[in-house]
Design a protein around this ligand. Sequence first.
Ligand code: FMN
Length: 199
Amino acid sequence: MLNDRSSLLSLLETRRSAKPRELIGPGPTATELERMLTLAARTPDHGKLHPWRFVTIAEDRRDAFEVVLREALAEDDPCASVAKHQKEHEFAHYAGQLVVLVSAPLHDHKIPVWEQELSCGAAGMNLLHAAHALGYVAGWVTGWRAYSERVRSAFCAPGERIAGFIFIGHAGRELEERPRPELGDVVRAWEPPGPRSSP
Ligand SMILES: Cc1cc2nc3c(=O)[nH]c(=O)nc-3n(C[C@H](O)[C@H](O)[C@H](O)COP(=O)(O)O)c2cc1C
């Protein structure tokens, strides 16, 4: 048990994202991907609403994904250069497995949408951890594509939105650690507020 715990702690301490464009294949096998998604779905979720979905894009759907991105780019920026369109080709074909995380909150529900969106973020984080635990590296990006109506509607129903594109593969080069916040900057011991001054 102690060993299990220390390896879990070490996983949490060593997980790092990779830039999706620097990932190399192969992505997870179908069995591994199913396991990652099962782990990711074990996420805190007020009201058991699972207000999120994982949309996997198979290798043979990458060309169609590129078409969506190029059409979205042409709409967004009708004068986009060939180089910009080439970037969409590259994005659509980054190595590894692509999972689109969709935030699917129930509007007009007693559980506030804010809480449902937090749960979606937690599901994304869980997927990153699951990928790391299975020996992969993941990278979560958004950018203009996540906010384009054309791209959104290719993945989402009305009222839903893209929370991110999560690529899962292997690191093409050694990952550098990034600076983490000083605990002093992000942790505070609460003090009760003083008496309110009268108007
Ligand atoms: C919702 C969300 C969107 C993100 N979008 C981008 C992005 O578009 N481009 C980018 O370089 N990093 C983006 N990031 C940051 C990276 O995914 C990653 O968190 C960062 O490189 C630090 O990685 P690590 O703390 O996981 O090692 C995003 C993170 C989150 C949570």
